[in-house]
Design a protein around this ligand. Structure first.
Ligand code: FAD
Length: 450
């Protein structure tokens, strides 16, 4: 086992933070850190800020037991660098470098290993959580805090903060061979994904560029590569999916293949042009830069202003939706016909046997879901009610037995929300772990944007 040492030990920093939490007044506490991938603007930044910037270390790696112990606010970018040094990666690494391991549990993550290992929260072995009263509890699937172990995923910091967690580690090889296969028919595409789920590949995701253009990308670890491509500067990964059948990347470049261009969303910042990429520079071509620009834009309303003078009404449609695979073709047709956002990222999820035990993100156990990721602003000359398209998506998701991530806008009525995200279990957890309401509740945070 390798343990990493720091100027101030984890227990010392944890105890200091716990004391700070004990002395916070009964108000809405919020996390203070350098990055965030939350895509809904808070209406009110009030509340006491708890600085957790220094909970960003990999504490242990056990190469024999194949486990990692990381601090909760460790961004995957750093966690991956540290674990690759020992020939391992976390089982599921979300695509954006600044997503933290605790954030992916509290706010749901996913990636191309999810077809085999499920969502990141399903892989957690043990976690230490800071509660509203300043105490710290350890939760496992079967100890006295098992309710919090299952309740924390999708709780968005409304039950406590994950400070430390133990997860399995996946041994890697130096390279990944990618194969991109085109399917014209949507049903054949989803059938092929289902068939691949039990094959010997290591990675599986897909992308849809149009009604007759669905690509499956499989990845396999390999020891050697005849060549390697580079999508960290002038070449753009998502364009390569349509342009080549086979490709090779280093394992690190594979893990971050979507980060350089934020999937394809960098197009909104005009940096998919070669000249612009040179001007911006390799170092700044990443999701962190784009998030900063989008936040600035959201604050100052530059795009809103341009749309207004152009006579457009614009709705932000930034969602990740999980749909049982048997309804995936129907959901895709709905997205193409009624929403119109392209491309769409597709990622299969093979849920584990405990998937229905997570009350705030309950899925059928041992089932296959398809994650649809679509992120854009839809322009129209017609003025619709606020959240018009997002409401349609919420209704269709419910109709097809799916579930939606809450990192972006949600428009649910309160009753409807609590039916999906299970009010009984949630309020029982709130009573036990935050009886004085020091944290906001999930509806306030994710729909009312408090
Ligand atoms: C445009 C966009 C694309 C995305 N794409 C992907 C993707 O491709 N793959 C993927 O897996 N996910 C994706 N996500 C979702 C992302 O994983 C979640 O939003 C996640 O919660 C972000 O983690 P963060 O560390 O940035 O947390 P933050 O954005 O800082 O916080 C998110 C919420 O979680 C709470 N929180 C943060 N850390 C902790 C903690 N340690 N303990 C308890 N609560 C905590 C915060 O209070 C906050 O309410 C995407 C999100 C966006 C906005």
């Amino acid at each position: 086992m390798i343990q990493t040492a720091f100027a101030e030990s984890y227990p010392s920093r944890r105890n200091r933070l716990a004391r700070q939490m004990q002395h916070t007044a009964k108000s809405s506490v919020r996390l203070q850190k350098d990055t965030s991938n939350l895509f809904r603007d808070r209406l009110d930044e009030a509340g006491e800020a708890l600085s957790v910037r220094d909970f960003n270390h990999l504490l242990e790696i056990d190469t024999a037991e194949r486990t990692l112990v990381s601090e909760g606010m460790n961004p995957y970018g750093e966690l991956v660098d540290a674990s690759l040094e020992y020939g391992f990666m976390p089982l599921v690494v979300p695509q954006l470098k600044t997503i933290t391991i605790g954030g992916a549990i509290a706010g749901i993550g996913i990636e191309s290993t999810s077809f085999r290992y499920g969502l990141p929260h399903e892989t957690v072995l043990e976690m230490e959580v800071l509660l509203a009263d300043g105490s710290v509890v350890s939760c496992t699937p079967d100890n006295e805090h098992a309710d919090l172990y299952y309740g924390l995923p999708n709780s968005y910091g409304t039950l406590g903060y994950v400070l430390k967690l133990k997860t399995p580690a996946l041994p890697v090889k130096p390279f990944v061979r990618l194969d991109h296969t085109l399917y014209q028919d949507a049903q054949e595409f989803f059938d092929a994904i289902a068939a691949l789920q039990h094959s010997d590949i290591d990675f599986l995701d897909g992308s849809v560029y149009g009604p007759n253009e669905h690509y499956i990308t499989t990845g396999r670890f390999v020891d050697t590569a005849p060549f390697t491509s580079d999508y960290t500067y002038l070449n753009i990964y998502y364009k390569s999916v349509r342009a080549r059948e086979t490709d090779y990347l280093t394992v690190k470049d594979y893990i971050w293949r979507w980060d350089t261009d934020w999937f394809w969303c960098s197009k909104n910042l005009y940096v998919q042009n070669g000249l612009m990429r040179r001007v911006v520079g390799k170092k700044r071509l990443n999701s962190q830069t784009y998030t900063r620009v989008m936040r600035w834009n959201s604050k100052w309303g530059a795009t809103r202003f341009l749309n207004r003078i152009g006579g457009f009404h614009c709705e932000s449609v930034i969602q990740d939706i999980d749909i049982p695979i048997q309804h995936a073709a129907e959901f895709l047709a709905f997205l193409l016909n009624e929403i119109g956002v392209l491309p769409i990222w597709i990622c299969p999820i093979g849920t584990g046997e405990n998937a229905s035990r997570f009350p705030l993100f309950s899925m059928h156990p041992n089932a296959t879901y398809i994650n649809f990721g679509f992120w854009d602003a839809v322009k129209s000359r017609t003025k619709h009610p606020v959240g018009y398209l997002n409401r349609k998506i919420e209704k269709k998701t419910a109709e097809l037995g799916g579930i939606k991530s809450l990192y972006s806008d949600a428009y649910y009525e309160e009753n409807e929300f609590w039916q999906i995200y299970r009010s009984n279990e949630y309020w029982a957890l709130k009573d036990r772990y935050d009886p004085n309401g020091k944290f906001l509740n999930l509806y306030e945070k994710s729909v009312l944007r408090k």
